[in-house]
Design a protein around this ligand. Structure first.
Ligand SMILES: [Cu+2]
Length: 147
């Protein structure tokens, strides 16, 4: 019985240590990245597509991703997996910037753009979509690849 309790406590401590390392690690990745070597990528959203519909990033490289809405109506850039796969530095628009640990959705108004500054961390291929009703079905779907 005592051994079981001890094992349980060890596991709880291990989980706590791992999650703390995870968040520290992302702050360190953003801080330690060489932002003078940042690469710029642009994706355009319009009726009804992402251009390009497949985005490519390399893990460990700092990026500025400009999400531009060239259409007539508002659009969303949503990639749940990709948002979890990056160490986010900040989100910037011409009106200011936002520092947050992670994103859930990016909405861009017609004729406007939003810049994301981040370092990709986890390699995989992630689904990209616009979550406005009907837009994905009309073609606003794609992929984000982290290599
Ligand atoms: Cu849309």
């Amino acid at each position: 019985m005592q051994k079981k309790v001890f094992t349980l406590i060890s596991m709880v401590l291990l989980v706590a240590a791992v999650s703390k390392a995870g968040s520290l690690n992302r702050d360190e990745i953003v801080r330690d990245a060489d932002w003078s070597k940042m690469k710029a990528v642009t994706v355009s959203m319009g009726e009804f597509k992402f251009e390009p519909s497949r985005l490519h990033f390399t893990a460990g490289v700092p990026y500025k991703l400009t999400i531009r809405n060239t259409g007539e109506v508002k659009h969303y850039f949503v990639s749940e997996g990709f948002f979890k796969a990056i160490a986010l530095r900040k989100v910037e628009t011409r009106d200011g910037e936002i520092k947050a640990p992670y994103l859930t959705a990016v909405e861009v108004f017609p004729g406007r753009s939003i810049d994301l500054y981040f370092v990709p961390v986890s390699q995989d291929t992630y689904e990209l979509t616009c979550t406005i009703k009907g837009h994905a079905e009309m073609g606003m779907a794609g992929h984000v690849v982290v290599e």
